[in-house]
Design a protein around this ligand. Structure first.
Ligand code: ADP
Length: 800
């Protein structure tokens, strides 16, 4: 068997023989079979192309002169096809001229065998070309491998260079401090961050060991870790340690250490170390710790939810307040606390506020796990991220159940007190009415009797009745005033007031009394006092009369001084402050009792009732009235030397002179009325009689009615000129009567004067308003006369 000497494996070679002459084929076949080749035969060029492409023979013997596709053409086609291009082709030819042979080489043949074929030559040439082919193939393979190796090396080198560059970039620009150390932990290379963090320059670090920048407390641990890596017990480790900077300052850093080992010997030749500064983390951690401790330990319940309201955190105070454990609360929604006391609209409003990024604050009634109800004051704030999106809600809740209970109790107590106070006021109003009615008769008839009695003893008795009646009336008025203020029913009636006039009138009023006691009465008014001020004249008069009454009562000799000082006169803003004072040189009040004197029914200890009388209500009323006017009253007194009471009223409004002049005080006049019929409607005969007597002097025709019903009848029959109408009567009361009169077009214009025993109740006020005028019992003659003058025709009027 013929073998390729260059092939290590014994393998039969395949030859393709092409000749259109079968006899030629036979000859060649016989030679080659013996030599042990595998043979493929083709009788034409076309056939040979197909076989060659399919079988890929090791060598081709090709006849030149063939019918159809000749040898040259066939060779050309074989060399054109990539799969057959490398197969050596030897021409078999009978042609001997050089041109044909050259043509053969031109189309790619490697050799020629000339016919007639010589067996040895054929085998020798085939063997040669097969060996050449084999050598060529080997060469190509080696070349191929060499190319690949070169390629691989180039790629590896590039990759290494790239990796080194990348390492340097990372090393230098890292935000952490990186260092390379030799096996004795001396620094070989450090990055920018390392230099910045430790404060050493790169050159200085050449002289510094890892242990030099380690705090003494951490040096043992650090050395131990270096040693373990050095001995390959571990290859890397991470631990926190304190570093010392060049300037001596210290910081805590996280230290990652890894060994560098020789590939061959596996010996440690150095270390790589990465340091992360933990200062900020520590500070943040400390801050978080403080916050966390605060939230954990605060007495207020704290709840943190996600942005849907799902609970993420609750503190111990929450657990204590609600009875829900952390495990039960986290993952649940705050509606576990819903008590049903707030309606849906309440919660909707809360959510709308919170979702719009605003804070919500308010009181909530909630339910604990055990079903008990409690009150809390809640502040809920949205927590936002950098993009201003709401990520959480935090609720801080304070249990206000106790406060709420106290508030409710207070409210209830207040309501009860108000009811009690209203009941007291109603009682007093009733009482006053009940007392005023007989008082009306007592004082009225006393006045009438006074003009009839001439006997001095009888006159004396009458005077005592009158004084006692007046004292009783004063007492009733005081009690009424006090209860009115305490019930919050006293309202100020502020009008333009000329204080100079008021002082003059008061001085006039008290002059006789001071003269009778031989006291020096002085009145001082500030020069700069504005003419008109907005004040409640009646109440300021009441205070001053009260204080002056006391001053005179408690002073036996010396002086009584009424003065008015002006403070803080602010012309621009039309306001000023006033200080009224009433000073006396009387008995004085001991210091420890002064405060008490402003309480109702309080008088000086041991004070003689027989000598001074009084009820102890005056100062209490003065104080209440001063407070109502947003002012205050004070006393300064010395026993045996005298007292001074001062009232300060701040920020009083200064007015321009009113266009309507105040009604000047008119002296009493004698009046002659034109004849008139007056109907007196009162269920009390004594009252009707008294009015008869009071009106007698004017010569009216007086008619009487017991109640409203009778009155309406009489009015229809007689058509009187004026009606005096009592309020409280049986069958038909005053209110119903006036309503009927005013509804009836025939009687609507008839003047009706209300006669009431009180002016405090709402009913009495309403009644007086429906009527055309009103007088209060006990009826003062002057008051009644003024009313009559307003409605009846006057014939003559003379001043007395
Ligand atoms: P009343 O004068 O009716 O007793 P007040 O409330 O006006 O009631 O006065 C209470 C008490 O204060 C008096 O009873 C008296 O003891 C004392 N007091 C009031 N004013 C003076 C004063 N100017 N000098 C001495 N004591 C006074």
């Amino acid at each position: 068997m013929f073998q390729n000497s260059n092939t290590s494996t014994m393998q039969a070679q395949t030859l393709l023989i092409i000749d259109d002459e079968p006899s030629n084929l036979c000859i060649v076949e016989s030679y080659l079979e013996k030599a042990g080749f595998n043979l493929l035969l083709a009788l034409s060029g076309e056939e040979s192309l197909l076989i060659a492409k399919k079988a890929l023979p090791d060598l081709i013997l090709l006849d030149v002169m063939m019918s159809g596709m000749n040898g040259f053409e066939t060779c050309l086609q074989l060399k054109k096809a990539p799969e057959t291009r490398e197969i050596p082709v030897i021409f078999m030819t009978a042609l001997d001229n050089m041109e044909d042979k050259l043509k053969g080489f031109d189309v790619g043949a490697v050799d020629y065998i000339t016919k007639p074929l010589n067996e040895k030559e054929v085998l020798a040439r085939i063997s040669t070309h097969l060996q050449l082919r084999s050598l060529q193939k080997d060469l190509q393979d080696k070349n191929q491998r060499l190319q690949e190796e070169i390629q691989r090396c180039t790629t590896a080198e590039l990759a290494q260079r790239e990796s080194e560059t990348q390492f340097q970039v990372i090393f230098n620009n890292a935000y952490v401090a990186i260092s390379l150390m030799n096996v004795t932990a001396n620094y070989l290379q450090v990055n920018e961050e390392f230099i910045r963090l430790l404060g050493y320059s790169a050159a200085e670090l050449e002289q510094v060991r890892c242990q030099d920048i380690t705090h003494p407390d951490d040096q043992a641990l650090s050395e131990q870790n270096l040693s373990r890596i050095r001995h390959r017990e571990i290859t890397s480790c991470a631990f926190d340690k304190h570093f010392i900077r060049k300037d001596g300052s210290m910081f805590l850093g996280s230290n990652w250490l890894a060994g560098l080992y020789d590939e061959d010997t596996q010996c440690c030749y150095g270390f790589v170390c990465v340091i992360t500064d933990l200062t900020e983390r520590e500070q943040t951690y400390a801050k978080i710790q403080t916050l966390s401790r605060a939230v954990e330990q605060t007495h207020s319940a704290v709840v943190i939810t996600d942005n849907t309201g799902c609970i993420e955190f609750v503190n111990p105070a929450f657990t204590e307040a609600t009875g829900y454990s952390t495990e039960e609360a986290v993952g649940a929604y705050p509606n576990i606390l819903k008590s049903g006391y707030q309606d849906q609209a309440f919660y909707t409003n809360m959510w709308v506020t919170l979702k719009s990024g605003e804070l919500w604050q308010g009181e909530l009634v909630n339910k604990r796990k055990d079903g008990t109800i409690y009150w809390e004051y809640v502040t809920i704030s949205p927590i936002k991220d950098e993009q201003d999106r709401i990520i959480n809600f935090i609720a801080v809740k304070k249990d206000i159940t106790e406060r709420k209970a106290a508030e409710i109790a207070l409210q209830e107590a207040k309501e009860k007190a108000e009811i009690a106070s209203q009941a007291k006021s109603a009682f007093l109003a009733n009482m006053s009415h009940e007392i005023r009615t007989p008082m009306n008769a007592i004082l009225g008839f006393t006045e009438i009797l006074n003009g009839m009695i001439t006997d001095p003893t009888q006159q004396d008795y009458l005077k005592t009745i009158q004084n006692s009646g007046e004292t009783l009336l004063d007492l009733i008025n005081d009690i009424l005033d006090l209860s009115k203020v305490e019930a919050g029913k006293m309202q100020l009636d502020e009008t333009p007031v000329n204080l100079i006039k008021v002082f003059q009138e008061i001085a006039q009023m008290f002059k006789p009394k001071t003269q009778a006691k031989g006291l020096d009465f002085q009145v001082d008014i500030a020069q700069a006092l504005p003419e008109w001020l907005l004040l409640d004249e009646t109440r300021i008069r009441q205070i001053l009369i009260n204080l002056l009454g006391n001053a005179i009562k408690f002073t036996q000799q010396g002086v009584i001084r009424l003065s008015l000082i002006i403070h803080d006169l602010d012309i621009k803003n039309h306001v000023c402050s006033l200080e009224f004072s009433v000073q006396d040189s009387g008995i004085g009040i001991p210091l420890e009792q002064q405060e008490n004197m402003f309480k109702a029914f309080e008088q000086q200890a041991g004070q003689s009732q027989a000598k001074y009388g009084g009820t102890g209500l005056g100062l209490a009323i003065c104080q209440q009235l001063a407070m109502l006017m947003k002012g205050e009253i004070q006393v300064s007194s010395q026993v045996g030397k005298g007292s001074i009471f001062t009232i300060n009223l701040d920020k009083l409004k200064i007015l321009h002179p009113p266009s309507k002049r105040l009604k000047a005080h008119q002296p009493e006049q004698d009046v002659n009325f034109a004849p008139a019929t007056i109907l007196i409607v009162d269920d009390q005969m004594v009252n009707r009689k008294l009015l008869d007597l009071q009106l007698k002097k004017y010569g009216f025709k007086n008619l009487h009615a017991n109640n409203g019903e009778e009155a309406l009848f009489i009015i229809e029959e007689t058509q009187p000129d004026l009606i005096l109408l009592d309020m409280i009567m049986p069958i038909m009361n005053g209110m119903e009567t006036i309503q009927q009169l005013k509804q009836n077009p025939k009687t609507r214009a008839l003047p009706v004067i209300a006669v009431t025993a009180d002016a405090i109740t709402d009913e009495a006020k309403a009644f007086s308003q429906l009527c055309d005028g009103a007088v209060t019992k006990p009826i003062a003659k002057s008051e009644l006369l003024e009313m009559l003058k307003s409605f009846l025709t006057i014939e003559t009027q003379t001043q007395t």
